[in-house]
Ligand binder design. Structure first.
Ligand code: ADP
Length: 398
């Protein structure tokens, strides 16, 4: 079966078509500036040059129409007509407590996703626009929703509840949800495969270190804890997000700088993290270069980043009663050997020992721990799209 995977943002849309008989990627693409001047689609058929088309796209429906044109084009297309696409898988950011698994998208399910929009006002409405546009243009094709939050729904209450009045949980759903779930699920399953073990017998710490970043403690295939929280702002220091801070800082700085809560929210989401610390960039390549050139704030940003990741790894080892494997994934985790080495440094007593030679790799599935390391340290490129497509096949083949 050929599956179209859609990841819809507010003004952008990423897509892939996979042949799920072999899990081969047939094409991928990105539509940008939807609803604003200069809308453009970048389409790449596997093995061919990029096809780029600028055309006005006033909304997601226009954008999807251009995607369907690209998919069925005689030259750079991958199907003769859309009937060849057996199903569509949609990434949905927030499923609240309603969705612990991926689901077939029906009218009722879509209504429930709408209810969850309150929890992810920047993301879910955009995801829903993509779903509605696809349903309008492909009314007979089954569609599946795959949630960033669902893998984390196995967390026990003690891990997801905040130390706030309990009514905030019952009234407003204030709790830890966690994100990047599709990535944590994909890499933890791959880790078990690579180690030739049943995931039920493993304690794995998955480190998704990209622009946004989170860790998860996966014990026996279930999430026991994760670093992101009610929103993706919590946990690690990220590209531009602050991660965990003393919550009292918000009121204090808002008073000093005469800022509103909304302005503080913007500072914590867009002007903080390694960007705010270093004053250089949110991209770790720039920060590593600046630190190498002697920039002290860039050096501090990297050290603070590593410090926080280590703190979470330590917490998760304690929570799981040990660890069998640590997995690095996403932009930074897959590409920065320095970061992987610094994070694992000094944890030999805990049985974690990286092999410098093995660690000298990028973007390839491989073991990077030393032979005498008790804990397996793995580099596993994430693939959220294939995971979405797998769920889509599983739910629509029924
Ligand atoms: P997103 O969260 O946007 O999906 P990615 O997982 O693609 O992010 O990660 C992007 C980040 O990965 C970049 O901002 C950059 O900091 C980091 N990165 C990518 N390549 C490298 C590299 N070679 N060295 C260090 N950092 C890298």
């Amino acid at each position: 079966m050929k599956v179209l995977v859609i990841n819809c943002g507010s003004s952008s849309l990423k897509y892939q078509v996979l042949d799920m008989d072999t899990e081969a990627l047939l094409c991928k693409g990105l539509v940008e500036r939807i609803g604003i001047d200069g809308s453009v689609i970048n389409h790449e058929k596997t093995g061919m040059d990029k096809f780029v088309l600028e055309a006005p796209m006033k909304d997601h429906k226009d954008a999807i129409a251009h995607v369907l044109d690209a998919l069925t084009d005689a030259g750079h297309g991958v199907v003769k007509n859309m009937a060849e696409i057996g199903a569509v898988g949609h990434r949905v950011v927030h499923g609240g407590e309603k969705f612990a698994e991926s689901v077939l998208l029906t009218d009722e399910v879509i209504d429930v996703i709408k209810e969850c929009s309150d929890l992810a006002p920047l993301h879910n409405p955009a995801n829903l626009q993509g779903i509605e546009a696809c349903r309008a243009l492909m009314p007979d094709t089954p569609m599946v929703g795959v949630f960033d939050t669902s893998f984390h729904q196995t967390m026990p209450p003690a891990a997801y509840i905040y130390g706030l009045p309990y009514e905030y949980y019952t009234r407003y759903g204030i709790r830890r949800y966690g994100f990047h779930g599709t990535s944590h699920r994909f890499v933890s399953a791959r880790a078990a495969k690579m180690l030739g073990k049943d995931i039920k017998d493993l304690r794995i710490i998955t480190c998704h270190l990209g622009n946004g970043a989170s860790l998860a403690a996966v014990k026996g295939g279930k999430v026991l804890d994760t670093s992101m929280g009610f929103t993706p702002l919590a946990g690690l220091i990220m590209g531009t997000r602050c991660g965990d801070i003393d919550p009292a800082i918000i009121a204090y700085v808002a008073g000093k700088e005469n800022k509103s809560v909304a302005e503080m929210d913007k500072v914590m989401n867009k002007e903080s993290g390694v960007y705010g610390l270093s004053g250089v960039s949110s991209d770790f390549r720039d920060i590593e270069a600046a630190a190498d050139a002697g920039n002290k704030r860039a050096e501090l940003a990297l050290k603070a980043y590593v410090h926080r990741v280590k703190a979470y790894i330590g917490a998760y080892i304690a929570e799981m009663g040990g660890v069998d494997a640590i997995v690095f994934t996403a932009g930074l985790g897959e590409n920065s050997k320095v970061m992987r080495k610094d994070i694992c440094a000094g944890m030999e007593e805990l049985g974690i020992k990286i092999c410098d030679e093995r660690n000298d790799v990028r973007g390839r599935e491989t073991l990077i721990s030393a032979d005498d390391s008790k804990v397996a340290v793995l580099l596993i490129p994430t693939n959220e799209e294939v995971m979405i497509a797998r769920d889509t096949v599983a739910l629509t083949a029924k």
